[in-house]
Design a protein around this ligand. Structure first.
Ligand code: 6MZ
Length: 347
């Protein structure tokens, strides 16, 4: 591997907008968790998908279940969130929107409220330690849990929107895309939107979700996760593309995740190409850097080598991501200033 090239991606200031907390747990942190819970008999190959390996999306969701067994207390969440934030910072990420599904665990006394408070505590702790990264939190709705849980999650997020000093800023809709129908979640999502929470929705991550995607685009979301099957070349439709384009909804694109999860055949065929060529807003993200054994520098490098983007184009892409963050304009201005200070000479 060319070391000098790697340094460019590592030093590139980056914005990460699509990172699931429990999918982002590194090998090292998993090691610590396994030591805390030896009785679970969990091994590394059950929590990550290594180089050259692929799984079905369904198998990926089994991996999250294993990680959830390892992360089931306040203490675990604090460690996991702190480690994940520091790892993103070490990878050159200057602004991170972390998302996670609040869980309750009767055996450890964990409540959903405590779950969110603990993530906030980790963010504050990193800030106090001077870790060079601005972190915000999106409360996630797992579609598997249905409409009532979705509504309760939004209500909880509304409370934190007011009380967390700008740290909780939005809602994520995620979970196994083959389970449930988005139509049932519209009242909760609409309520979130009305109360000022930003919305990032996983849309068309798998084929044949025209009706659901069409309905959810009418809310509309502030950003789209994946959107793999929106466009006609992938079995989507012009109508969906038109809506996304007209509303200028940015897409969060996760190359390694989609290839390892087998919703996309290979990097060459990734829908990044379609949207980027069109000039539509796209943001390169990791999705689950632990599970898919990647990091954001690596994802930018893959985009560059696969689609022939030079350093200037990559720089533009990382800078453009600032426009699509959910934090207020003042934060965007600060980040743009940072990028100006760090910009290298392009020959
Ligand atoms: C849909 C995903 C996902 O919330 O426990 N999640 N949802 N598609 C994906 N593509 C691979 N990757 C992760 O993190 C794990 C949870 O994030 C969602 C799933 O609901 C998973 O259980 P948290 O921090």
């Amino acid at each position: 591997m060319d070391k000098e090239v790697d340094v460019f991606y590592r030093e590139l200031p980056k914005v990460e907008l699509h990172a699931h907390l429990n999918g982002s747990v590194s090998f090292q942190t998993i090691e610590k968790l396994i030591r805390r819970k030896p009785q679970l008999n969990i091994e590394h190959n059950m929590t990550a998908i290594g180089k050259g390996q692929r799984r079905t999306l369904d198998e990926c969701f089994q991996v999250f279940k294993v990680i959830h067994q390892l992360v089931d207390s306040e203490e675990d969440i604090l460690m996991v969130a702190t480690d994940v934030i520091k790892e993103f910072a070490a990878d050159g990420v200057k602004y991170l929107e972390l998302r996670s599904t609040p869980r309750e665990e009767t055996t450890t006394g964990l409540s959903k409220r405590k779950y969110i408070e603990t993530v906030i505590q980790a963010i504050q702790q990193c800030k106090k330690e001077g870790v060079d990264i601005d972190v915000r939190f999106l409360v996630a709705i797992d579609r598997r849990n249905g409409s009532q849980v979705a509504m309760e999650t939004v209500q909880l997020a509304e409370e934190f929107l007011v009380s967390s000093d700008g740290l909780v800023i939005g809602i994520d809709l995620s979970g196994d895309p083959t389970v449930g129908h988005g139509r049932d979640l519209i009242p909760a999502l609409q309520r979130a939107k009305n109360s000022g929470l930003k919305l990032s929705l996983h849309l068309s991550e798998v084929l044949s979700q025209y009706d659901e995607t069409n309905l959810l685009l009418d809310i509309p979301p502030d950003r789209i996760g994946h959107g793999t099957f929106l466009h006609p070349e992938m079995g989507g439709s012009e109508n969906l593309v038109d809506k996304v384009v007209q509303k200028k909804i940015p897409l969060e694109l996760c190359l390694t995740s989609n290839v390892k999860g087998q919703t996309v055949q290979c990097f060459d065929e990734h829908h990044f190409k379609y949207w980027y060529k069109m000039g539509h807003p796209v943001v390169i993200c990791t999705d689950d850097k632990g599970v898919f054994a990647t990091d954001l520098s690596q994802e930018y490098k893959i985009a560059a080598t696969t689609f022939g983007l030079d350093r200037e184009a990559i720089w533009k892409l990382s800078k453009q991501a600032i426009d699509y963050i959910f934090a207020p304009d003042s934060v965007k201005q600060q980040l743009k200033q940072r990028w100006r200070e760090l910009q290298p000479e392009f020959k």
